[in-house]
Design a protein around this ligand. Structure first.
Ligand code: ADP
Length: 200
């Protein structure tokens, strides 16, 4: 199985690259941001609570997101090539919960792809997206807060995977195709490793 985490600051292009990865490697895609926005659109109880955190640029509580994720991963069943997690884990506590969840499903994370994009570029992309996205969090004040939350809460998740030798930094500047090319190199080498290990 190829189980990928794609992470990086808000606006780094996780969603765009995830779509390309899903197509090429035939994976299941889970975006916690999309799951939460669906709940908000349905005005569910969970959505109403989530919106109060999201619109201020804060993360929703760990317990809430971990239970949503566990439920959605379970629904995929075991007959899949793997998953790509987009927007999760965003805290070290979430990374720890994910480890437990994966091992209880008899699988593990293959690699974390960390998309690196300069801060000015992130802000420009998010402000541009805000012109059409209708997202309550794509405005300058909330973007600034999200970038700050990213630095304090999410950047440490990288160390968690570096310590396990499962970390790959990807230069996220340039065209969508160039960035995807860099990702393919990493994933193709991981696939070779996976196949050679299973043939031992
Ligand atoms: P972006 O990475 O562009 O900020 P996302 O769509 O991934 O956008 O997430 C939007 C918002 O949803 C986040 O700012 C956060 O409030 C909430 N969110 C998404 N994933 C998580 C998570 N794993 N833990 C806590 N909050 C989350």
């Amino acid at each position: 199985m190829l189980n990928i985490i794609i992470c990086g600051a808000p606006g780094c292009g996780k969603g765009t690259q995830s779509d390309l990865i899903v197509k090429k490697y035939d994976l299941k895609h889970l975006s916690t941001g999309d799951l939460l926005r669906n709940e908000i659109a349905e005005k569910s109880e969970l959505g109403i609570i989530a919106e109060s955190f999201i619109s201020k640029g804060n993360l929703v509580p760990d317990e809430m997101i971990i239970s949503i994720l566990a439920k959605n991963i379970k629904a995929f069943g075991s007959d899949i090539n793997g998953v790509i997690l987009d927007g999760f884990p965003r805290t070290v506590a979430q990374a720890e919960a994910l480890e437990t969840l994966m091992s209880s499903n008899g699988t593990e994370i293959t690699v974390l792809l960390d998309l690196n994009v300069e801060k000015d570029e992130l802000i420009n992309r998010l402000l541009k997206r805000g012109e059409t996205s209708g997202r309550s969090d794509d405005n300058l004040e909330t973007i600034t807060k999200r970038l700050e939350v990213y630095e304090t809460k999410t950047a440490p998740v990288s160390n968690f995977y570096k310590n396990m030798n499962k970390y790959a930094a990807i230069n996220g500047m340039g065209s969508v195709d160039d960035i995807f090319g860099r990702i393919e190199k990493v994933l193709d080498s991981k696939l070779v490793e996976t196949v050679s290990v299973s043939n031992l």
